[in-house]
Design a protein around this ligand. Structure first.
Ligand code: PMT
Length: 360
């Protein structure tokens, strides 16, 4: 195929080329490493000491610092939001053939990122590699294959955008171009839960130092609750004959880092987490429980079945539902266009509160 020249500023020139999906050959298990003292009660400290940091993290740190400086060292500093998006995987083998995954496609995160950019934010988009991305989400994956939007022009014989989609695609393209040209999104990929956790800690630290209260955390990723720690993971592909016909998995709980994030990693930032349930009667209680446990500012509850048109904002003293109608959904309105402005209002209040606190 002919090689296609790419514009200078594009997603392809960013951290996207880091192959987070490939097993890290260098980290094949060294059995001489002592077993962690209490692998089953993994606390935050133990986690980061006994699991291996992704080798590409220094590159992420360098790009991130540059990005944060770019947006904060301006006469009118920009707010920066960390949007986490998509599901983390749990590898079952170190040379990974199999892994545990979850359903998240990254729609919430990718759509929200567009809304944040539209509202003047710069976005660190920490996403599952190959999940949906802002702007390109309109033309990707099997349901929205980009080829379906093309046609052959009868006079020139060239492939062009089908006239039926010209207008819509022009709008999306212009938004994408603006976001890239103005350096408004930093794409940071992950695949495994380990990569996610190490990167989350890094980004939190950098945002705390570089942006303080101007930083907003919008944690829409579906993070695995259980994983196989480094001390227990099989080095090679698990053989089907081993242990009879069944495979018994012994998973450790993933430490809940939200409290560390709120109290230590980014104490000046506003933190919004999401809570997914499938049973409506559990949603408010679970969301409130998360707020009490982690002491952050807002939990956005959603049900698997209705998450694309209804969400529940749960704060310390309040629980408010926001919805879009079926008709609005048909017309292309997205629930994120309701969620994001409300989150931004809360962030404005949060910044004012922090500033007043600092003046006292
Ligand atoms: O991507 P889509 O298909 O559009 O789906 C969107 C969504 C339903 C996945 C999203 O709206 C959502 O609800 N995400 C959170 C799912 C969830 O309940 O996650 P959790 O219970 O594992 O975690 C609760 C919160 O803590 C989440 O904000 C999560 O990002 C965060 N978390 C959890 C564990 C951990 N170790 N670190 C975290 O940051």
């Amino acid at each position: 195929a002919p090689s296609i020249p790419r514009p200078n500023h594009s997603r392809a020139s960013s951290l996207e080329r880091i192959p987070t999906y490939a097993p890290a050959a260098a980290s094949a298990i060294d059995r001489t490493v002592p077993e962690p003292v209490a692998a089953e009660v993994l606390e935050e400290q133990t986690y980061f000491e006994t699991n291996i940091e992704p080798s590409y993290l220094p590159e992420v740190r360098a790009k991130l610092r540059k990005f944060i400086r770019f947006h904060t060292e301006r006469p009118d500093p920009r707010r920066i939001v960390l949007v986490t998006s998509g599901g983390t995987t749990v590898p079952l083998e170190n040379n990974t053939v199999r892994f545990i995954d979850n359903f998240s496609a990254g729609t919430r995160g990718a759509t929200s990122a567009e809304e944040f950019v539209d509202n003047g934010y710069a976005v660190v988009f920490l996403h599952r590699q190959f999940s949906l991305l802002p702007y390109s989400r309109h033309y990707s994956h099997t349901t929205n294959c980009f080829l379906d939007f093309l046609a052959v022009d009868s006079s020139s014989g060239q492939v062009v955008i089908d006239s039926a989609y010209q207008q819509e695609m022009k709008v999306v393209y212009q938004q994408y171009r603006k976001a890239m040209d103005e350096n408004l999104i930093l794409f940071v990929p992950f695949t495994t839960v380990n990569q996610y956790l190490f990167t989350l800690k890094l980004v939190s630290h950098e945002l705390e130092v570089g942006a303080g209260a101007l930083a907003l955390f919008y944690l829409a990723a579906a993070v695995s609750d259980f994983f196989v720690p480094r001390s227990k993971i099989s080095e090679h592909k698990i053989q089907s004959g081993s242990g009879g016909n069944s495979l018994v998995l012994d998973l450790d709980p993933v430490p809940k880092f939200l409290k560390r994030l709120v109290e230590n990693w980014a104490p000046r930032a506003m933190i919004v987490s999401f809570k997914l349930e499938t049973d409506e009667t559990l949603l408010v209680g679970k969301a409130r429980g998360a707020l009490e446990r982690y002491s952050h500012q807002l939990v956005i509850g959603n049900l698997l079945q209705t998450r694309k048109h209804t969400v529940l904002f749960v704060t310390k003293n309040d629980a408010k539902e926001y919805s879009i109608t079926e008709q609005q959904e048909k017309e292309g309105v997205v629930i994120e266009s309701v969620i994001v402005p409300k989150v931004i209002d809360a962030h404005s209040e949060w910044i004012t509160g922090i500033q007043q606190h600092q003046q006292q």
